[in-house]
Design a protein around this ligand. Structure first.
Ligand code: ADP
Ligand code: MG
Length: 314
């Protein structure tokens, strides 16, 4: 394409909230044959919320939740905020809401003085966390974390767990002093446009893949809702790059769409990296495209724009 055509296309992109970092990125997008989507925050809204809790030991739910929230207070995982918000509400500590001076936004005061104190906190990437609260050893995370620490999951609890996962929810397990004490089901629904976008990409001859650190059953359920048949689940942080490289092996031009810190190596490794505008700065920096509106339809718009720009002059 002529420099003018590239400039025009870049301008059209910008008008649609699609920032394109250079002519090379614009040109590569027309050749995309495979799009890899991160799950949390990319295909899903990225605002997880607790939908159910189960306590398996003699402890009331409020008490149970106060231990879990204390443990999650030191975590930066999106699931942690969901647990804290839910507990905050459950315990009746709902803080007053404030309007910003221009009345455009409601701000909820986050009072965390009610939280119990956690010590010896340790995050375990891809699995969860461990810490101590009021002399109890608390472990919060997935099946793998429990398995590796010898926390037994009975058959009947395993049934519950699988039920939660089949409903596309993430099960968060909680062990206290080495005994499975309870479980939370956390839901993070798909973005409204996700299924339509996947169908659109498929009709453009583009293969779609979902990649996530979440468990296989939850991932499959979400992917099914989105209409994605190819799922890479239980991918450890850092493993997303390997997924991209594998897909590129036979020369396929692969795009990655992601929002998180742990997506940035994959965004850089992909032939075209597309960051969600609402994502982290590190992802935005690593990407060739930034979708400012955080709307997945812009993945199609971006590819279309490239196809049209370069078809015209061929
Ligand atoms: P993802 O961001 O795709 O969920 P991660 O590698 O961050 O991938 O986490 C993988 C899994 O580990 C999560 O789905 C969850 O089951 C568990 N996990 C990680 N951190 C936490 C946490 N702070 N609380 C509860 N579970 C966690
Ligand atoms: Mg994400």
């Amino acid at each position: 394409a002529t420099p003018t055509a590239v400039m025009v296309a870049t301008g059209v992109g910008a008008t649609n909230g699609i920032l394109i970092k250079g002519g090379d990125a614009l040109e590569r997008a027309q050749k995309i044959r495979c799009v890899v989507f991160d799950k949390t925050g990319t295909l899903t809204k990225g605002k997880p919320s607790v939908v159910s809790t189960w306590v398996f030991v003699k402890m009331d739910t409020a008490d149970f939740l106060s231990f879990v929230a204390a443990a999650e207070a030191s975590s930066e995982h999106p699931l942690a905020q969901a647990v804290i918000d839910y507990t905050h509400h459950f315990l009746g500590y709902d803080a007053p809401a404030y309007l910003t001076p221009d009345s455009s936004q409601v701000i909820k005061a986050k009072d965390t003085s009610w939280l119990k104190k956690a010590t010896a906190f340790e995050a375990i990437p891809g699995e969860g966390l461990t810490c101590e609260v009021e002399g109890k050893k608390i472990q919060v995370g997935n099946r793998k974390l429990m398995f590796e620490n010898g926390v037994e999951i009975s058959d009947s609890i395993e049934d519950y767990l699988q039920g939660v996962e089949k409903q596309a929810k993430t099960a968060v397990l909680v062990a206290m002093n080495g005994v499975l004490a309870g479980m939370l089901a956390i839901s993070d629904p798909l973005k409204q446009e996700a299924a339509v976008v996947i169908r659109g990409l498929n009709s453009m001859g583009i293969h779609c893949v979902m990649v996530t650190g979440d468990n296989q059953r939850t991932a499959n359920a979400i992917a099914q809702e989105a209409g994605i048949g190819d799922v890479k689940a239980e991918v450890l942080p850092g493993g997303k790059v390997d997924v991209i490289r594998e897909l590129q092996e036979n020369g396929t031009v692969v795009a990655m769409v992601g929002d998180g810190i742990n997506d940035s190596p994959a965004l850089a490794a992909a032939d075209v990296g597309m960051a969600i505008g609402a994502g982290t700065d590190i992802a935005i920096e690593a990407a060739d495209y930034v979708l400012m509106r955080s709307n997945l339809e812009d993945v199609i718009t971006a590819i279309d724009l490239s196809r049209k720009t370069f078809r015209r002059i061929q």
